[in-house]
Design a protein around this ligand. Structure first.
Ligand SMILES: [Zn+2]
Length: 282
């Protein structure tokens, strides 16, 4: 049974490689405005290792990398070390759909990517677009029509520029600004004043900490991420210190009224919401 919740759908945007300090440094006004109107932390933590495949797997399974088994930056079907309850599967069990929109993949990987998506219980996975603007375009119809469940977007721009030119380089700034204006376009499309949609924007890792053009290390610049929640159900303010990427899937479950499974490593960020619906453990 779904607990009654004002949140009917969650739109989750992964800003690949976006360091929190890029927001003030490059004047990313849409992200600043979203953080101010919602709940946010610029001191969130990502998983170890701090690479996209591990972070995405953690977002979609709620489990830490040592449990979901994907511990390098290469997408494959991993061997978990414990039972997994992927978020899209949990939602599907309650009749809620999940859609995912990512960049176009090389043909070689598109088969495995679709298999991973199906394995996770994602109802619709599209790999279409070169950058965040094109990925948002690919998602527009779904954003209009899918009013329940989960819509995930992965935007690759800042990470790509960071690998090619270094984190915080001019090219990185250009990519970060493109992500920022695309986020603004997304916010315009969503009606965040009403409480039915919860928008979550976060990075999967930082970069330029240990080495200028990578992000896989324990360095705080590689490990620290922005986490922003916005929407009518969200209470404006700071997300307490210590929040982690692993808290995001638990928060999605909680917001949609779906019980959190034991395999989830994080906790729901209940302080970020106005009402505390009863009956579901955070
Ligand atoms: Zn990367």
């Amino acid at each position: 049974m779904l607990r009654a919740s004002p949140v009917r759908r969650v739109v989750l945007v992964v800003l690949d490689g976006l360091r929190p300090d890029a927001i003030p440094r490059f004047g990313l006004g849409e992200l600043s405005a979203l953080a101010q109107r919602g709940a946010h932390t610029m001191l969130g933590r990502t998983v170890t290792p701090s690479v996209t495949a591990c972070a995405m797997a953690s977002l979609l399974t709620g489990a830490a990398p040592e449990r979901h088994g994907l511990q390098c930056d290469r997408f494959h079907l991993p061997r978990p070390t414990g039972a997994l309850h992927p978020l899209p599967r949990l939602l599907a069990a309650q009749g809620l759909p999940s859609s995912a929109f990512l960049a176009t993949m090389p043909v070689l990987f598109s088969g495995i990517a679709q298999r991973i998506a199906a394995h996770l219980g994602i109802t619709q996975a599209q790999f279409r677009g070169r950058d965040c603007e094109e990925i948002l375009d690919a998602a527009r119809t779904t954003l209009r029509e899918q009013t329940r469940g989960l819509i995930v977007m992965h935007w690759p721009d800042a990470d790509r520029a960071g690998h090619a030119h270094g984190w915080m380089s001019d090219a990185y700034a250009t990519a970060a600004r493109r992500m920022d204006s695309t986020l603004g376009a997304l916010v315009t499309q969503l009606n965040l004043e009403e409480s039915g949609t919860l928008l979550v924007a976060l990075a999967d890792h930082g970069g330029g900490g240990a080495v200028p053009d990578h992000h896989n290390s324990e360095h705080p610049l590689d490990r620290t991420i922005p986490i922003i929640l916005a929407g009518g159900a969200v209470r404006r303010g700071d997300i307490p210190p210590g929040a982690s990427l692993l808290d995001v899937p638990a928060t999605v479950c909680w917001a949609l009224g779906v019980p959190r499974p034991e395999s989830f490593a994080g906790r729901a960020l209940v302080e970020a919401f106005h009402a505390l619906p009863v009956g579901v453990a955070a």
